[in-house]
Design a protein around this ligand. Structure first.
Ligand SMILES: [Zn+2]
Length: 92
């Protein structure tokens, strides 16, 4: 797995989401609209930050539930996945 490429992907996704959130903040400045979309962006940003942190400590790509390697195809589709397909199916 090419961690440098994955990290680049995560960082560009984070930048994209942050600018999206900034636009939402501007559009929803008066707080009149429910903050659900904003919260969803924050959730993904938190997942991306956690994935980047796992890269630093070497735990990236390891299932948080069972400790198995997460399939590269799953990480390609969802770079900030924390669980393998088996555990994700079970919990979600
Ligand atoms: Zn698992």
């Amino acid at each position: 797995m090419d961690l440098v490429a994955v990290r680049t992907q995560l960082e560009s996704e984070r930048a994209r989401l942050e600018s999206q959130r900034d636009r939402l903040d501007g559009a929803l400045g008066d707080g009149a609209v429910a903050d659900a979309p904003d919260g969803a962006v924050d959730l993904v940003l938190a997942q991306i930050a956690a994935a980047l942190a796992r890269m630093v400590d070497g735990a990236y790509g390891v299932c948080a539930a069972c400790g198995a390697q997460i399939a590269p195809s799953r990480l390609a589709a969802l770079p900030y996945a924390t669980r393998c397909v088996t555990c994700a199916d079970r919990r979600d």
